[in-house]
Ligand binder design. Structure first.
Ligand code: ATP
Ligand code: MG
Length: 181
C-alpha cells in the first residue's frame, strides 16, 4: 500500500539542521517536550503537499516557516522538505517504486516543487495525490478541529472528503476543466 517512508526537513521552522525521519510499517508516535518541534513536523508534511495558507501552518507570513535563527545561530535563507512514499503497488500512478516530493522556498518568495528531483508544478503534486487521501485536502492529516468540521459539515466539506475516499475527484476535476473550455 501507499505509505510514508521518510521525511527530510532542512531549514523548516525549528529544523535548522538537516533532519531525516524514517518510518517503519505500522504505527509511529512522535514524542517530546513542549516546543520541541512535534507539530512542526506535521506542518512540514502539509507544506510539502502544497499548503498555501501561512495561518494553517501557524504563522502569519509564509516566510515564517524558514528557520528564523536563535541567539546561537544565524537565520537560514531557505527551507526544504521532502517526503518519500512507497509506491510499489503504483497507487500514485507513476512508474517509480518510490516517489519523493520536495518543496523549497527562499526568503524572496516563490516555492519550487519537485517530483523525484525533477522540477514540476504544484499542480503535478496535487495530481499524483488526488483520490489517494494523501493530498493537502485529503484525510491523511487530521488536524485539531477537523473532526468537528466534518461532523458539522460547514461549507459541504463532508462531501469533498467522501469524494476523495471514493476516488472520484479526478473525474469531477476533468469535467470542470472541460466545461471551462
Ligand atoms: P507542544 O507539545 O507544545 O505542542 P511541539 O513539540 O508541537 O509542542 P512545535 O509547535 O512543533 O512544538 O514547535 C514550536 C517551536 O518551533 C517553538 O520553539 C518555535 O520557536 C519554533 N519555531 C517555529 N517557527 C520557527 C522558525 N521559523 N525558526 C525557528 N524556530 C521556529
Ligand atoms: Mg504541538
Amino acid at each position: 500500500s501507499l505509505y510514508l517512508k521518510k521525511i527530510e526537513i532542512h531549514g523548516f521552522k525549528s529544523f535548522a539542521d538537516k533532519t531525516e525521519i524514517e518510518f517503519e510499517k505500522g504505527v509511529t508516535g512522535i514524542v517530546g517536550p513542549n516546543g520541541s518541534g512535534k507539530s512542526n513536523i506535521s506542518d512540514a508534511v502539509r507544506w510539502v503537499l502544497g499548503e498555501q495558507s501561512a495561518k494553517t501552518l501557524r504563522g502569519s507570513r509564509m516566510e515564517d516557516i524558514i528557520f528564523a535563527g536563535t541567539t546561537q545561530r544565524k537565520p537560514l535563507g531557505m527551507a526544504e522538505v521532502s517526503l518519500t512514499l512507497d509506491n510499489e503497488s503504483n497507487k500514485l500512478g507513476v512508474d517509480f517504486s518510490e516517489v519523493t516530493v520536495t518543496r523549497r522556498v527562499y526568503r524572496s518568495g516563490e516555492s519550487e516543487y519537485y517530483i523525484n528531483k525533477s522540477l514540476c508544478r504544484l499542480k503535478d503534486i496535487k495530481e499524483i495525490f488526488m483520490d489517494t487521501g494523501v493530498g493537502v485536502d485529503g484525510y491523511s492529516i487530521i488536524g485539531q478541529g477537523k473532526i468537528d468540521d466534518i461532523l458539522n459539515n460547514k461549507s459541504g466539506n463532508r462531501r469533498i472528503l467522501f469524494e476523495e475516499a471514493a476516488g472520484i475527484v479526478k473525474y469531477r476535476n476533468r469535467k470542470e476543466e472541460s466545461e471551462k473550455k
